[in-house]
Design a protein around this ligand. Structure first.
Ligand SMILES: Cc1cc2nc3c(=O)[nH]c(=O)nc-3n(C[C@H](O)[C@H](O)[C@H](O)COP(=O)(O)OP(=O)(O)OC[C@H]3O[C@@H](n4cnc5c(N)ncnc54)[C@H](O)[C@@H]3O)c2cc1C
Length: 467
């Protein structure tokens, strides 16, 4: 991904010039705050940029983009810093760090929120919840709005309201030539098509405008079952979620129960199956909706109940603090065959560390109402998004957990729809990026050639500019 641009020795005067053009701080190795600023969420990533531009406004972003282009520097753009392969940073080049751009404006009558590029989803929830409003995001509150949205955005409201990009109304962007545009269905429609799934390939998004929905207190949370029930439970969940009303979401996972409250002691450190629910329909109907689940597959632990949206969104934040080692593998699935279920049962019994996990996110319902070529996100006909992640605080366990994730993914891949979610992949090369976009890749490559012909924005799941 960093093949095309090499860094050059930065002359003091040039650096001083960029400093003078920025309102935010420009950090170099040795500066106070540099060591802290270079860290990203995945502790496995150890990169040392030559410059970290802590941008605080659009003018800072324009100055940094122009500087990187003029000095032929590798350029990385960081939103929330959650990328598995560390695509929010680079060695030797320039990092545009948007974490200082936290502005937000809720318009309660239009039910929209304007969000600057450095916000996390927890910050968005904080701003919109007092209005009883929310927009679809992910499953954890610390993830950046930037990367999650630009890759698609799969979360607790996908079946109900679609992907995050299906609720995106417009973006403000700084392009590779330093110009500023607003892209929407009306303006720069090709660019707006591309950023809805095409990642950070097309420029720096300085702000996003989202549609909000009346989501305030939902009915949700985890239910857990013994791992021995995995095969039967997976079959039950598959059939249930493919036919459930769209206001019911529930992702399936294999987990190791943390040895702490609120989990009952007899389950501590046990491998278990989990379904984490989010029902956003009428609360008075929730018990009725969950009755067939509780009757047919009674859970061993049942935490589902009324819960404020921001609380559901942040339930797992403490379990996954920044700095852990992460290794991701992903695929989309149209169906879950008996053979695929057998393989899930086999590999779930081998979860290598307490934090390691496998999730299956349902992406039917509202996600399917948008066509495969309506946005860059192609897999609109898939029903499930699978992610296998080896996670642990101790790098000594990396080899073991990486091997488990690879073996698990390889075993299931023949049953997949053929590509994975770009936001849940490591740096896996051009063929896997192409597989993620299928027929949309050629159009993405053309739009890339229009807006970023020299591939300045290449530290991402990269799309090669092609006319
Ligand atoms: C703990 C955890 C939970 C997650 N849960 C979910 C989930 O529930 N649903 C889901 O869909 N994904 C989820 N993800 C994956 C997540 O969507 C990706 O890691 C995403 O890239 C993170 O975005 P970020 O801005 O935090 O990352 P960064 O590392 O900052 O950026 C990732 C990529 O996006 C680009 N980028 C970021 N912001 C901008 C911007 N403003 N303009 C241009 N380019 C930009 C970067 O250049 C980089 O290529 C999760 C990740 C983690 C670590």
């Amino acid at each position: 991904m960093e093949q095309q641009h090499t860094s050059i020795a930065l002359e003091e005067m040039a650096v001083q010039e960029l400093t003078s053009r920025m309102r935010g701080e420009l950090l170099r190795p040795g500066d106070a705050g540099y060591e802290q600023a270079l860290r990203v969420y995945n502790g496995m990533i150890d990169k040392r940029p030559a410059l970290i531009a802590h941008c605080v406004d659009v003018a800072d972003v324009i100055a940094a983009v122009n500087f990187a282009r003029e000095h032929e520097l590798t350029l990385a753009v960081r939103g929330g810093g959650h990328s598995g392969p560390g695509l929010g940073t680079c060695d030797d080049g320039l990092v545009i760090d948007l974490s200082g751009m936290k502005g937000m404006r809720v318009d309660p009558s239009a039910r929209t929120v304007r969000v600057e590029g450095g916000c996390t989803w927890g910050e968005v929830d904080h701003a919109t919840h007092p209005f009883g409003l929310a927009t679809p995001s992910g499953f954890i509150s610390t993830t950046g709005v930037g990367g999650l949205t630009l890759g698609g955005g799969i979360g607790y409201l996908s079946r109900t309201l679609g992907l995050t990009i299906d609720n995106l109304l417009s973006v403000d962007m700084v392009l590779a030539d330093g110009s500023f545009v607003t892209a929407s269905a009306e303006d720069h429609a090709d660019l707006f098509w591309a950023v809805r799934g095409g990642g950070g390939n097309f420029g720096v998004v300085t702000s996003f405008l989202f549609q909000l929905h009346p989501i305030s207190t939902v009915y949700g949370g985890p239910m857990l079952w013994p791992i021995e029930q995995a095969a039967d439970l997976l079959k039950f969940w598959r059939d249930f979620i493919l036919n459930a009303p769209e206001e019911i979401n529930g992702w399936f996972g294999f987990v190791t129960v943390p040895p702490a409250p609120p989990f009952p002691e007899q389950f501590h450190l046990k491998k278990m199956c989990v379904i984490v629910w989010c029902y956003s329909g009428a609360l008075e109907k929730a018990d009725e909706r969950f009755k067939p689940i509780r009757a047919n597959v009674p859970p061993a632990v049942d935490f589902a109940g009324p819960i404020p949206w921001p609380v559901l969104q942040s339930l797992f934040d403490a379990l996954y603090p920044p700095g852990l080692q992460w290794y991701w593998k992903a695929d989309f699935f149209t169906d879950l065959s008996e053979r695929a279920i057998d393989l899930h049962v086999k590999y779930s019994a081998q979860l290598p560390t307490m934090h390691s996990t496998m999730h299956l996110y349902p992406i039917n319902g509202a996600v399917h109402r948008v066509g495969p070529s309506d946005t860059a996100f192609s897999f609109r006909d898939a029903n499930f998004s699978e992610v296998i992640v080896g996670v642990d605080p101790d790098p000594a366990n990396n080899e073991r957990m990486i091997q488990w994730a690879r073996d698990y993914w390889m075993a299931l891949h023949p049953y997949s729809a053929g590509g994975g979610y770009v936001n849940m992949m490591m740096d896996e090369g051009a063929n896997n990026v192409k597989a993620a976009y299928r027929d949309n890749y050629a159009r993405l490559a053309q739009i890339k050639a229009t807006y970023d012909p020299s591939n300045l924005f290449h530290v991402n799941q990269n799309i090669t500019p092609t006319r």
